[in-house]
Design a protein around this ligand. Structure first.
Ligand code: PBG
Length: 326
């Protein structure tokens, strides 16, 4: 059948008709909101390269968690910025460190909110790399133990999920075993499985003060040229016990999201990263793009590509808009 019997425009004639045949919809339930936590008190400071995104001290974090929850967003992911950094990133696995204290504050203020903890060393090491150094090489196996210690410390503080983002080999298994041994066999792991070495993380590194002091992350994060390798990364993390697998960044890697979604049957997350956010904010501030429409089109595209959930700095803006439209 073809034209004039077929007219594709028939189902596009009214908003309600379009809604009826929409294949993809967004809901606040799709989002995970990233939060940056700093030491100090009374802090709510905007990240210069991420307008609308703040860094919170532990005493202001709870209120923000409640606001997120009131918008219908089910989860937050916490990133800690410690006061002191050292070669071994002690702040990452200190039971009194910034994240364990932040978890307690978040759970107290918003008990129903899913509190996820990013697990990585780069915010805590003075060299800014995601693990322990052996010369200029990030030592894989020596890092595993520290990541596992961090995951257990966050679990003990009461978090609902851990999310390793370091890209060391074998870290999901190491964390799974350590959690089980500590009695947290029911705590899920969201693995940053296909995490690319991307320049789109630039604004995050301003926010988290985690830029590497030398070199880059190419010895551990993935080469943007590779897609089959992403499937291997996911397969390995699933075999090691990952409950959710993530693709990161999102928009430049929609093909990877689709392939991962088709290949595996567990929930797939996509991280709409800081640079993706900053580009839209910057263009909108210039009046070059319609902020809300570009934001919603981007998030919808990530969902259409196959993501079951989206980690995004737009979570609150988008949830507000969705609420207005409803
Ligand atoms: C930590 C981590 C990074 C991001 C999430 N976890 C930065 C990095 O790998 O350099 C990036 C998130 C973003 O850009 O929004 N390893």
């Amino acid at each position: 059948m073809s034209f004039p019997l077929v007219r594709m425009r028939r189902l596009r004639r009214s908003p309600a008709l379009r809604r009826l045949v929409a294949e993809t919809t967004l809901s606040p339930s799709d989002f995970v909101y990233p939060l940056f936590v700093v030491e100090g008190s009374g802090v709510v400071e905007e990240v210069p390269s991420m307008p609308g995104v703040n860094r919170y001290s532990i005493d202001t974090l709870g209120e923000e968690c409640r606001r997120v929850q009131e918008l219908g967003i089910p989860a937050v992911i916490l990133f800690g910025i410690p006061e002191e950094k050292d070669a071994l990133g002690h702040g990452a696995y200190d039971p009194q460190g910034i994240i364990p204290r932040a978890v307690k504050a978040a759970k107290k203020a918003a008990p129903g909110l899913v509190v996820i903890c990013d697990v990585c060393m780069c915010e805590y090491t003075d060299h800014g790399h995601c693990g322990v150094l052996d010369g200029r090489y990030v030592h894989n196996d020596a890092t595993l133990e520290l990541l596992a210690k961090a995951a257990v410390a966050y679990a003990r503080a009461g978090c609902d999920m851990v999310a390793p983002s370091d890209m060391m080999d074998g870290r999901v298994l190491e964390i799974r075993e350590a959690l089980d041994e500590a009695g947290f066999e029911n705590l899920p792991i969201m693995s940053y499985a296909a995490k690319y070495c991307s320049a789109f993380y630039g604004p995050f590194r301003d926010a988290a003060e985690s830029a590497p002091s030398f070199g880059d992350r190419r010895q551990y994060q993935m080469d943007p040229a590779n897609a089959l390798e992403a499937l291997r990364e996911c397969e390995l993390d699933i075999a090691e016990g990952a409950d959710i697998i993530m693709v990161k960044p999102a928009l430049p890697y929609l093909d990877i999201i689709t392939r991962v979604r088709q290949e595996f049957d567990l929930p797939v997350a996509a991280y709409n990263v800081s640079g993706e956010y900053a580009m839209i904010k910057a263009a909108a501030a210039q009046g070059w793009l319609d902020h809300d429409r570009v934001m919603m089109e981007s998030l919808l595209s990530i969902k259409r590509a196959g993501a079951d959930m989206i980690l995004t700095y737009f979570a609150k803006d988008a949830a507000r808009l969705l609420r207005e439209e409803a």
